[in-house]
Design a protein around this ligand. Sequence first.
Ligand code: ADP
Ligand code: MG
Length: 267
Amino acid sequence: MSEVWFEIRDLHVKIAGTDKEILKGLNLTVNQGEIHAIMGPNGSGKSTTAYAIAGHPNYEVTSGDILFKGKSILELEADERSRAGIFLAFQYPVSIPGVTVANFLRTALNARIKVEAAAQNNGVMPSNVKGMPIPVFAKKLREAMSVLKVDQSFAGRYLNEGFSGGEKKRAEILQMEMLRPDMAVLDETDSGLDIDALKIVANGVNQLRTRDRAMIVVTHYQRLLNYIVPDQVHVLAHGRIVKSGDKNLALELDQSGYVGLEEAVTA
Ligand code: ADP
Ligand code: MG
C-alpha cells in the first residue's frame, strides 16, 4: 500500500478534433482515504478534468499521465475505467429511455463483480461467475435508496427520464452507493439541490468516506464543502491548479471570489 492512490501528472487535454487546449499542465495527488475539492470559475476546466479521468472520448490527453493505484489508465476505455473502480457523477447526467434505474445499476454492478472475479483468477474470467442474486441486489438497492431518501418507486423509472435536477443528482449518488467505487469524482453534485437535498446527498457521500477509497469533489460554490469537508482544496484556473490549501481556502474564495486569483494568474 505504498503506492500513490491517484495521481495526475502534468496533464494536457484538448477538445478532440480541435486545437482547443483546456488543461495545460495539471498536477494533482490524492491519497487513499482523502477527499479533495476542485473549485474554480466557470469554464476553467473542472468538468474537462473530470471527463479526462473518466476517459470520455471527446477529451483528448495530449501529454502527461493519470495514474490509478500506480498504473497509467490512459489506455483504458471509459467502461474499463469504470469496471476498474473509477466513478464519475456527471454534472449533466444523460437520460436513458427504456432502461430503468434498477436495471442500469444491476448491469453495472454485475460487470464490476465479473472484473473483480477475473482479477482474482489471473485475469481470466471464471466461467461460473454469476452476478449478484436478485434478492441481494434488491435489498442493497432499497437500503441505498433509503439513505438518499428517494421514493422506492425510483428504481422502476427510466434513468434520468423526466427527473428533476435534484432527482438526477440523487440518481448519480445512488449509483455511487451501489457501485462503491475506489475512486469517485463528483462533478457539481450540489448544483440544483436545495439545502435539504444537499444535506441528504452530502450524508450519502460522507457514508462512503472510508479509508479505502478516495474522492474528488468538483464545485463552484463553497456551500457544499460545509457538509463534505475536504482534506484539501485546489483552485483551477486557466487549465492548471493555481492554488491549494485546506478547507479554509474555500471560505477565503467565498469572501474574495475568483477575480483576484484570475488576475494573479494572468499578470
Ligand atoms: P468548467 O467545468 O470548469 O465550467 P469545462 O471543463 O466544462 O469548465 O470547460 C472548459 C472550457 O472548455 C470552456 O471554455 C468550454 O467551453 C470548453 N469545452 C468543454 N467541453 C467542450 C466541448 N465538448 N467542445 C468544445 N468546447 C468545450
Ligand atoms: Mg463543469
